[in-house]
Ligand binder design. Structure first.
Ligand code: ADP
Length: 540
């Protein structure tokens, strides 16, 4: 007979994270860019006190555990307080992506049944556009002080965050409840059909934040200062707003200023040591640093994910700026990081280019998450680095079903990701493509990601994207889009010759289109659907 373990069974709750931060790292700073410009700074102790004030205020508004509270906001200190006040009270923090189409925003606010919505003044026009269509929202709370409140004509129930919390006590007894209760809700971007809600449990968030803090992952400790560029409105900013107070790291929140110059300035001023974001953000940061001959004084590591990080960018960070890239993979359905790569002791002596090639892959699954690849019939494929199949994932912070969804997306207890991957015997996973982006040509597959990486290796190329275009003979053929670096004049023939030396002949794109910029969506990813719509005709 099994022996019951003689250990306490305490629930993993979000409220304990900020109380831990307040009690153990009470004087560690949170620095936040206000929406109207200046920097605001306080400590984890003060953050916890204001989160409790907000919890009291929400309670007085009549909100109860189980209710959803929306947010349309940047990465800033009030959003952080809301993360803790809402989930800590047993309510659901529904982060809305402000870059969604207003119709989709209306859909998710109504679908989530948000009782109140917190918003930054930047998004006042959006609130004005959607408020009349969201009948269940009783109050729209602008995350501002009275002096900076926007005027929103036609929306009656607009409250001021600072006025709302001011009269309330800093004391609040966080309720204790089942760790499997919903804590936060995020909708997938919904490139096809309506967005789908992923309801994160308290337990999933706490475990995922612990995982992100580990040395092989983003790696946080009281020695670090982290600046999450990855938005708090999408996938919980990879759980870094929880991981930072959990591990005692100073937290720097960039607000609305996400351009290269502003990020660089903030990194230098606040002595940021580690950051996290999507590749497009790092592209613009590096361009700024390169063009102005700058160096990073303290930045030493950055977590990257959301789309593939080209090896050329990894090597630039490492070789020119001594910044280590940790490249991870995850999706809305995986709460935050599911796989991540870092160089092992035995790989440290490899030539730099080989190390960068390892990091360009998406790494190993973190403890608590398992991955496998399957063929069209669901049969598990070998981990040989060659066989390609759909990536399946399961673990402590992977969804079981969509919010109010009717049928379970799981297959034999695994979540099918829609990504095509290989897994090496060592466990390193590589995303070859999204199932819908892979280019099917003459019965074979071309990885658009590999082609983009190869094109990004050309010194005149700032950014690249590849789509499959219908072809009468081959089914599909690749079409390459290039954004040149400023002042560069590289032409089609030179790019194609460059690729011919680097990829199989039948992979070389049939044509190159030069654009000023690639279309980028709500989470900083290239919108291939837009490119397909405009350029996806037929090659002759
Ligand atoms: P969407 O991009 O539709 O908004 P998510 O934000 O949930 O959805 O993104 C998840 C998807 O992003 C993954 O399924 C995968 O295709 C892609 N992705 C995430 N990280 C990486 C990475 N490091 N390399 C390549 N693709 C990635």
């Amino acid at each position: 007979m099994l022996q019951p373990g003689l250990m306490m069974d305490r629930p993993l709750l979000v409220s304990d994270v900020i109380e831990h931060g307040a009690a153990q790292f009470g004087d560690v700073e949170v620095v936040s860019r206000e929406t109207h410009g200046p920097l605001f700074r306080y400590t984890y102790a003060q953050c916890a006190a204001r989160a409790r004030k907000l919890a009291n205020a929400l309670k007085q508004l009549g909100l109860e555990p189980g209710k959803a509270v929306g947010s349309i906001a940047w990465n800033n200190h009030r959003h952080l307080e809301a993360y803790y006040a809402v989930s800590g009270s047993g309510m659901v923090m529904h982060t809305c992506n402000p870059r969604l189409h207003p119709q989709q925003l209306i859909y998710i606010i109504n679908h989530a049944e948000d009782s109140v919505v917190l918003f930054d003044s930047t998004f006042a026009p959006l609130v004005k556009a959607v408020a009349a269509h969201c009948p269940k929202v009783n109050a729209w709370i602008c995350m501002s002080e009275a002096a900076n409140m926007p005027v929103i004509e036609g929306v009656a129930n607009v409250l001021c965050y600072e006025d709302l919390i001011a009269p309330h006590s800093e004391q609040f007894v966080w309720p204790q409840f089942d760790e499997r209760s919903g804590a936060a809700l995020c909708y997938t971007s919904g490139t096809t059909g309506n967005p789908k809600g992923v309801l994160y449990s308290q337990r999933a968030i706490v475990l995922s934040a612990m995982s992100a803090s580990m040395p092989g992952s983003v790696s946080l400790s009281p020695k670090e200062t982290i600046l999450p560029v990855v938005p708090m409105f999408h996938i919980n900013a990879w759980c870094l707003p929880y991981a930072a107070p959990m591990s005692g790291a100073k937290l720097v929140l960039p607000g609305p200023r996400l351009d290269g110059a502003s990020l660089y300035e903030l990194m230098e001023a606040e002595k940021v040591t580690v950051s996290a974001g999507v590749p497009t953000i790092w592209l613009s940061l590096l361009q700024h640093v390169e063009q102005n001959g700058l160096r990073f004084s303290t930045m030493r590591r950055t977590g990257v994910g959301g789309s593939a990080m080209p090896a050329a960018l990894i090597s630039k960070f490492a070789d020119n700026y001594d910044v280590e890239v940790r490249h991870g993979w995850g999706m809305t359905e995986t709460t935050a990081v599911a796989t991540i790569g870092c160089i092992s002791a035995t790989q440290m002596n490899l030539p730099a280019a080989e190390q960068h090639a390892i990091i360009a892959k998406q790494g190993k699954s973190v403890y608590g998450i398992e991955i496998k690849i399957v063929d069209e019939n669901g049969a598990t494929l070998p981990r040989d680095g060659v066989a390609q199949g759909e990536l399946m994932v399961r673990g402590h912070w992977i969804l079981t079903g969509y919010y109010k969804g009717e049928s379970s997306p799981l297959v034999d207890g695994w979540f099918p990701t829609g990504d095509i991957a290989t897994i090496e015997p060592s466990g390193i996973m590589q995303i070859r493509d999204r199932a819908k982006d892979v280019i099917k040509t003459g019965g074979e597959w071309i990885s658009s990601i590999d082609l983009e990486n190869a094109a990004m290796g050309h010194p005149a190329v700032a950014n690249a994207a590849v789509i499959g275009v219908k072809h009468p003979k081959w089914d599909e053929r690749p079409l390459l889009f290039i954004v040149r670096k400023p002042g560069q004049t590289v032409e089609r023939e030179e790019i194609l010759a460059f690729l011919t030396e680097r990829v199989a002949k039948w992979w070389v794109p049939d044509d190159v289109v030069f654009l000023d910029a690639l279309p980028v969506g709500g989470t900083g990813k290239v919108q291939k659907a837009d490119l397909r719509k405009e350029y996806g005709g037929v090659f002759s």
